[in-house]
Design a protein around this ligand. Structure first.
Ligand code: C2E
Ligand code: MG
Ligand code: MG
Ligand code: MG
Length: 282
């Protein structure tokens, strides 16, 4: 019986492996067609100054409107998109769409805000990344200062061509594009690296913000990270702020801006203005 179970177990394992592979191939094929089928869209989540509550910028977050599955979140397809190299054309679409949105912001008297775009390291490492960004800005007639690129900290530090990647970021920063280190505090987060990177902003990860409680041990740690960033001339954004208590504590630790469900969820473009009006009133 044990032998049978083993055999069945093995068969089952083999079948599910095959199913996973087929699912992956199908998904890759759908994703390959998704750009030309115009199935991608951007949601925007406002980032607000802690002191004034005014909007400082918007993070562009990719959504895939799959005809079969409906709206799919990036966590479910970005890994595959990176693995298959599709991140390069899709990332280009994101950059152009984000710049088009920035163009609209200037027309709506939000010219002093910025649009933050997530960039995967594979995309950064692609040969024509810098010219692609420059062209997207030019095409939309958007000043580089309205664009922020978010790079995930640990992924950048572990990347193969770290020196070239840093040089590219520096080139963009010299053009006036802002660079943010995303998901800060989740990885091995060597603080000493911070001053070697051409960055303007540190985005503290939600996981770190979640642990903030009145009198909790993470408060002072958060405080020293924020102080250190400020000493290096960097701005600090806290991600995933959900409660009034977190907002209060972050203000005490002199965080510059916050982003999270407390202010607004990511919303489609048509709803962005409504959200801005609301955050101005509160
Ligand atoms: P991220 O860049 O760290 O983006 C923040 C994520 O946290 C977003 O998830 C956002 O919806 C979510 N979030 C914001 N505030 C709150 C909150 O208060 N509570 C909770 N529970 N969640 C909050 P989303 O949109 O699912 O994106 C997930 C990740 O996918 C992003 O993490 C980013 O790494 C990646 N991503 C999104 N768009 C793109 C893109 O265009 N290109 C690339 N390469 N990656 C992208
Ligand atoms: Mg981000
Ligand atoms: Mg993040
Ligand atoms: Mg994240």
């Amino acid at each position: 019986a044990a032998k049978n179970a083993g055999k069945n177990g093995y068969r089952f394992y083999e079948a599910s492996m095959q199913e996973t592979l087929i699912h992956k191939l199908n998904m890759e094929r759908s994703l390959r067609a998704a750009v030309s089928n115009e199935e991608f869209l951007l949601y925007f989540q406002p980032i607000v100054y802690l002191e004034t509550g005014l909007v400082s910028g918007f993070e562009a977050l990719l959504r895939w409107n799959n005809p079969q599955q409906g709206l799919v979140a990036p966590g479910e397809f970005i890994p595959l998109v990176e693995e298959s190299g599709l991140i390069v054309p899709i990332g280009k679409w994101v950059m152009r769409a984000a710049c088009a949105f920035a163009r609209k912001l200037t027309n709506m008297a939000y010219a002093d805000t910025y649009v933050a775009v997530n960039v995967s390291v594979k995309q950064l490492a692609s040969e024509d990344f810098v010219p692609m960004v420059r062209a997207a800005l030019h095409e939309a007639a958007v000043p580089p200062t309205m664009l922020e690129l978010e790079i995930t900290e640990t992924i950048l530090m572990n990347s193969e061509c770290l020196t070239t990647n840093i040089a590219k970021l520096k080139e963009l920063k010299d053009m006036g594009v802002r660079i943010a280190l995303d998901d800060f505090g989740t990885g091995y987060s060597s603080l000493t690296y911070l001053k070697q990177l051409p960055i303007d902003v540190v985005k503290i990860d939600k996981a770190f913000v979640d642990d903030l409680t009145e009198g909790g041990k993470n408060g002072p740690l958060m405080g020293s990270i924020i102080a250190l960033a400020h000493n290096l001339g960097l701005k600090v954004v806290a991600e995933g702020v959900e409660t009034e208590e977190q907002r209060k504590l972050l203000r005490e630790w002199q965080c510059d801006s916050i982003q999270g469900y407390l202010i607004s969820r990511p919303v489609p473009e048509a709803e962005v203005l409504k959200v801005c009006m609301k955050s101005k009133d509160s």
